[in-house]
Ligand binder design. Structure first.
Ligand code: CTP
Length: 396
């Protein structure tokens, strides 16, 4: 209940992402916020005011001229709110807010309120990149508003580009951080996290890989960022979008990942190797697609560099602290301890192989001071426990 008791006004603009405002209201309520809703007339074409009345228990304000409102409803709403989240914030809404217009319920409330204002832009990437939109955005930010997103992804037009509204959960997270700034014990600390699989090319269209989803690394990155750390994610090829607020460097092969990690690791306080690095690569990747007519090829493999082991050798003293993972099908604990010693790591997080791709899994944290068992926990929880255990090296 991280937003317990906070009074949040969700102001909905007229864009297709308006349907996500329903889930946003719910998510804020789940976190304990008191939520009210104000909508532009355009927004009501995408999602019904009745829906919001149903889930908030109060009328969603859509029309300043409604004679049932006694008094000045925009002033009352504006004074009630501690925070206003404009989601979706369309190009039109940003423009009108930047000019201080007050000709509908949303704009009049924004104009009348001293609350902190957060805009969640959502529009086609051409509209987002338009000079006018960027000027309006900059103006609003200069006056103290915060822009949450947009992010890159599939747009309503079917194209992919920058302009997609953040997901309700991401918006709620951002709001939570802004309104109830947690303690940031890792502020000033640098954390480097690898995630995802690596792809080892066989020819221009084929590769060797594994089933890593990147989820564990994402959960760690998010948890470290919430603790205030500056987080870099070195990310192998995955479908899912990485968390917001962390620097992302995308890589493909184990050798790319090795280079990216080595270039940054020694500046870090903590390196967590959550990536499932391919141990071997084809000795020579064919430059042309291998054709069926030439017959089944024999793949000759050669070893990839062991990134974690190289870090163990490269560091001088205890910095950066090194955390690795071991996914085992048998002898889980013995293997974890062997890898910890062999690679010079401070901690190995041992999982049974059933953890691959799963949301929850049992784990063991193997360090020099023994083994901590963690009963099946969601990856977000496991991430917190790993960081708790690493805290003694990050803040010696
Ligand atoms: N790792 C790495 N570089 C590699 C292989 C693994 O940095 N080339 C890291 C992984 O990110 C993980 C840890 O080392 O944090 C253990 O990975 P794992 O594949 O379990 O270890 P291996 O050394 O490959 O051991 P084995 O094949 O014997 O299980």
């Amino acid at each position: 209940m991280s937003l317990a008791g906070k009074r949040v006004l969700v102001a909905i603009g007229g864009g297709i992402a308006a349907f996500k405002a329903v889930e946003l209201v719910r998510e804020l309520q789940r976190r304990g916020a008191k939520v009210r809703v104000v909508m532009t007339e355009a927004a009501t074409h995408f999602v019904g005011a009745v829906t919001f009345a149903g889930i908030t228990g109060e009328a969603a304000i859509t029309d300043l001229w409604d004679p049932t409102y006694a008094g000045e409803v925009h002033v009352e709403l504006g004074a009630w709110a501690e925070a206003i989240v404009v989601a979706p914030a369309t190009a039109n809404l940003l423009a009108r807010a930047a000019h201080g217009l007050a000709d509908d319920a949303v704009l009049a409330t924004l104009a009348a309120s001293d609350a902190r204002v957060f805009f969640a832009p959502a529009m086609h990437s051409k509209m987002w990149r338009r000079e006018a939109t960027q000027e309006h955005t900059a103006k609003l930010v200069a006056r103290g508003a915060r822009m949450l997103g947009p992010t890159e992804g599939p747009l309503a037009s079917g194209e992919v580009g920058e302009g997609r509204m953040l997901e309700p959960k991401e918006l709620a997270d951002a709001l939570e951080r802004a309104l109830a700034p947690a303690e940031r014990p890792w502020s000033g600390k640098r954390v480097l996290i690898t995630a995802g699989p690596t792809h080892e090319a066989i020819d221009p269209v084929r590769y060797i890989a594994n089933r890593s989803s990147g989820k564990m690394g994402f959960a760690l990155a998010e948890a470290a960022r919430t603790r205030g750390a500056e987080v870099t994610l070195v990310l192998g090829p995955v479908e899912a979008a990485p968390p917001v607020g962390v620097a992302v460097e995308r890589v493909v092969s184990a050798r790319d990942m090795h280079r990216a990690v080595m270039a940054r690791a020694l500046d870090s306080d903590l390196v967590i190797m959550a990536a499932a690095v391919a141990d071997f690569r084809p000795k020579a990747a064919a430059t042309e697609k291998i054709k069926k007519a030439t017959g089944a090829p024999t793949l000759e493999l050669e070893p990839n560099p062991d990134i974690l082991a190289d870090l163990g050798k490269a560091r001088s003293g205890a910095r950066p602290a090194l955390v690795g993972f071991a996914l085992e099908t048998s002898n889980v604990l013995a293997e974890a301890e062997r890898k910890r010693a062999a690679k010079g790591a401070d901690m190995i997080v041992a999982n049974a192989a059933t953890a691959l791709g799963a949301n929850a899994s049992e784990a063991w944290l193997v360090t020099d001071s023994g083994t901590e068992h963690i009963a099946a926990a969601p990856k977000t929880e496991l991430a917190e426990r790993i960081l708790d255990a690493a805290d003694r090296w990050v803040r010696p």
